[in-house]
Design a protein around this ligand. Structure first.
Ligand code: PEP
Ligand code: MN
Length: 359
């Protein structure tokens, strides 16, 4: 009877599946041991030559009915899964990886202001320091809405070397003066590790821009200081690369890192970048570090700031970052995206923060 024959053959398949399962897992645990041994030796486990050699041997040993191409495709999938397992093992060990759902890093500033606890923090200020008057006007508006951390950018990594590059140390002086006047903290972008001593005189929180996210020398140097670090996601960085960048800082001794999502490059042209809101959800699962979202550089336009702010707040992020300028159309950088003071107030209204009690 053909039906019996099918049942009989199926009965032969089932134990083979179990054998394959056992062999796959045996293979994975041996590969894992190889990975550990290689890590001790300080070499990478990904070895394309070894993969090519294994595929060649399999091809020679293959008697069908599967074609060599099929066998190679199946084994390539096994190799890929093995590598992914090791990457997961390696990631589980990094310091920035969240180990339990309630684990979180809270950054506490000297007056008790916190980033990473339940309070949604707004970090704001102009794209760049242009003058005392400009910073003073913005500073007053930010302080009136309870902002604690002000942008005081004095070194601007512009696309063109002919564009405004920032006021340098003079800009830092202005930012410090305004922050002191309104009792706020200053965050400012650092371009090179050699600037740490000089900038430490003016800056409370160091900022690593997207273009420097993978500057491991800078990240390591910032790991040696006490001030908190705001680390931006690189222009085309994956979340894994982003976390490894944070790991450079944390593993060098500075646990106070705030991540900032700033949009990623895609084919879309109506926004400057595409705001990767899923990054917030994924990072919340993967890391205990606080996550803030830059609604200015991700959008590149001011007319969608309110809906973006709402989305960011709803996403579970620890805060948002927004650029504010007294007269955006004449700003020396990012004129299209900076918010005017009334527009900034409208964003604050929508977030229903209103006046916050000084911490
Ligand atoms: C900035 O926020 O000042 C900035 C330059 O943005 P990004 O590094 O994301 O381009
Ligand atoms: Mn800017």
């Amino acid at each position: 009877m053909p039906e019996n024959r099918v049942a009989e053959l199926r009965a032969q398949i089932d134990p083979i599946n179990l054998q394959i399962l056992e062999l796959l897992n045996q293979r994975a645990s041996i590969a894992r041991q190889i990975g550990q041994a290689q890590q001790e030796l300080g070499v990478s486990h990904y070895d394309p030559e070894r993969e090519a050699q294994m595929l060649q041997e399999l091809e020679q040993a293959n008697n069908g009915p599967f074609s060599n191409e099929t066998i190679k495709a199946l084994f390539r999938e096994i190799f890929r899964a093995t590598l992914a397992l090791e990457e997961k093992d390696a990631r589980a060990k990094i310091r920035v990886q969240r180990q339990t759902p309630d684990e979180k890093t809270i950054i506490t500033l000297p007056d008790g202001t916190q980033v990473g606890n339940s309070l949604f923090q707004v970090i704001a200020g102009s794209c760049a320091v242009e003058s005392f008057e400009q910073m003073d006007e913005v500073g007053a508006a930010l302080a009136a809405r309870g902002v604690r951390v002000m942008r005081g950018m004095a070194y601007k990594p512009r696309t063109s070397p002919y564009d405004f590059q920032g006021l340098g140390e003079k800009g830092l002086e202005i930012a410090r003066q305004v922050a002191n006047k309104y009792n706020m903290y200053v965050t400012s972008e650092i371009m090179d590790a050699s600037q740490i001593p000089m900038m430490s005189d003016y800056v409370d929180i160091f900022w690593v821009g997207a273009r420097n996210m993978q500057n491991s020398f800078l990240l390591r140097a910032l790991g040696k200081i006490k001030q908190p670090i705001i680390l931006k996601r690189g222009l085309s960085a994956t979340l894994e690369e982003f976390l490894y960048a944070a790991e450079y800082i944390v593993s060098s001794g500075n646990p106070n890192v705030i991540l900032i999502e700033r949009g990623i490059r895609t084919f879309e042209k109506w926004t400057r970048n595409t705001l990767d809101i899923s990054a917030v959800a994924v990072l919340k699962l993967e890391t205990h570090l606080p996550i803030v979202v830059d609604i200015s550089h991700s959008a590149g336009r001011r007319d969608i700031a309110i809906p973006l702010a709402r989305v960011v707040k709803a996403s579970g992020a620890d805060g948002l970052m927004v650029e504010v300028h007294p007269n955006p159309p004449v700003a020396m950088s990012d004129a299209k995206q900076q918010l005017s003071i009334p527009e900034f107030n409208a964003v604050m209204d929508t977030l229903e923060l209103g006046m916050m009690e000084p911490a």
